[in-house]
Design a binder for this molecule. Structure first.
Ligand SMILES: Cc1cc2nc3c(=O)[nH]c(=O)nc-3n(C[C@H](O)[C@H](O)[C@H](O)COP(=O)(O)O)c2cc1C
Length: 404
């Protein structure tokens, strides 16, 4: 598709969605949302039940309701499109989109879409095992939240920091997995402190905390706070290094030399993850400097326009460092099938970003848990119908070049 065609598509999508809001009913969009909701509900009858606490009177959550409320709260920052593919929000950073042309975000989505799953049904995989561990922490499936920060400047300020962190960490915990805590580039120290307080007081430290690539002294100061809160691991999103213009005055973000990265890895007893790896060379260096995990990520297409999709670079990176560090990946994880695709390419754990922002705004902690349960159910079905017994051993021949 040419750039002109993309621009036209973006504009059409924006106008289409705006018209729905102007009509005051979401009438144009809601059938699509309901259709998505119905498909999910039909494919996963256990999902809604699983999302609602067993023995209380809370009504069972419906995905259509969660998305409707999310859209009311997030519009126009996020249109809650039927497909979260980076088209309508292209260029909206700060916001929910991809930077510039939005191509890097679209690349993530399109590359995954171009991969199909190979259906195999002559086997005895009746109950696939989704369980795994991340730095010794048990996960119900190989999916955690991604790191999403900036409730005010990225998401429109409809939730407080405390509400948002509680929704992400609580929803992930309720789904048997883990959430990540962010360190927004425009956030002052007190915002970070509030997040860490929620992490410690409400969740006993059960999360991974990402710090911006500030000076090493600033980072190490924050590592100590995470250690004190009982955090599971620390990360830096090194790919934020180009965003100096948005750093708060008096602070800086910067690329790091291998020596500086080694200093960070050594400075903490917690597992150290480098997020934003897009080449084999840097994956190998990350291992050499002592990173226990790498996150293959282009930051959801939000930092450098025209970066390739993570699905494009992941297989070679996994070939080079599989088993030497935990391989995390993010970028357009929308469904359980996407998770299976990334595992087949060599990832150990996938991170899910924008869908959980919608879940959090649609129904707080329960909304996030519902999103996670849907992904889990889809992954279960996908593994059953491809004959994959365990997420810890997903053969590469589960995926094939698709028709899209
Ligand atoms: C609103 C928003 C805020 C984000 N904030 C951060 C952040 O503070 N730190 C970070 O490492 N990544 C951040 N990211 C990037 C995500 O961690 C992740 O790489 C990306 O969103 C994954 O793609 P997906 O949203 O398509 O699933 C943010 C993404 C979004 C959409």
């Amino acid at each position: 598709m040419t750039k002109d065609m993309h621009d036209t598509e973006s504009a059409t999508r924006r106008n289409f969605i705006k018209a729905g809001v102007a009509a005051g009913v979401g009438a144009l969009l809601s059938p699509l949302i309901v259709k998505t909701a119905q498909a999910a509900a039909e494919a996963a009858p256990a999902v809604a039940a699983a999302a609602a606490p067993a023995a209380n009177d809370k009504p069972k959550l419906k995905i259509g309701d969660v998305l409707r409320v999310a859209r009311e709260k997030l519009y126009p920052i996020c249109r809650v499109c039927p497909e979260c593919d980076g088209v309508a929000c292209a260029g909206e950073v700060p916001g929910m989109g991809g930077i510039g042309s939005g191509q890097a975000f679209k690349n993530n989505y399109n590359a995954l879409n171009r991969i199909d799953l190979v259906m195999r049904t002559f086997h005895d995989v009746k109950k696939p095992d989704l369980g795994t561990t991340l730095f010794g922490h048990k996960l119900s499936m190989p999916v955690t939240s991604a790191v999403t920060g900036g409730v005010t400047y990225n998401m429109g300020g409809k939730m407080t920091e405390e509400e948002y962190v509680t929704a992400i960490l609580g929803g992930c915990m309720d789904a048997g997995t883990l959430g990540w805590v962010a360190d927004g580039i425009g956030d002052k120290m007190d915002v970070f402190e509030r997040r860490i307080a929620v992490l410690k007081e409400k969740f006993g430290g059960n999360a991974i905390v990402t710090i911006k690539p500030k000076t090493n002294d600033e980072i190490i100061k924050r590592f100590r706070m995470v250690e004190e809160a009982g955090g599971i691991a620390v990360a830096i999103d090194i790919d934020s290094a180009g965003r100096a213009a948005r750093a708060v005055p008096g602070q800086t973000v910067e690329p790091k030399t291998p020596r500086q990265l080694a200093e960070l890895a050594k400075s903490t007893k917690l597992p150290f993850i480098i997020k934003g790896i897009m080449t084999v060379e840097e994956a190998k260096i990350a291992v050499d400097v002592g990173a226990r995990g790498i996150a293959v990520s282009n930051h959801g297409g939000r930092v450098l326009d025209y970066t390739p999709a993570t699905a494009t670079v992941l297989p070679a990176i996994a070939d080079a460092v599989k088993g030497k560090a935990v391989i995390l990946v993010d970028g357009a994880v929308r469904r359980g099938q996407d998770v299976l695709k990334y595992l087949a390419m060599g990832a150990d754990v996938c991170l899910c970003g924008r869908p959980l922002v919608r879940g959090a705004h649609g129904a707080g902690r329960d909304g996030v848990a519902l999103m996670m349960h849907i992904i889990k159910d889809e992954l279960t079905v996908a593994m059953t119908l491809t004959g994959v017994a365990s997420v810890k051993n997903v053969p590469a021949n589960v995926i094939t070049k698709g028709q899209a």
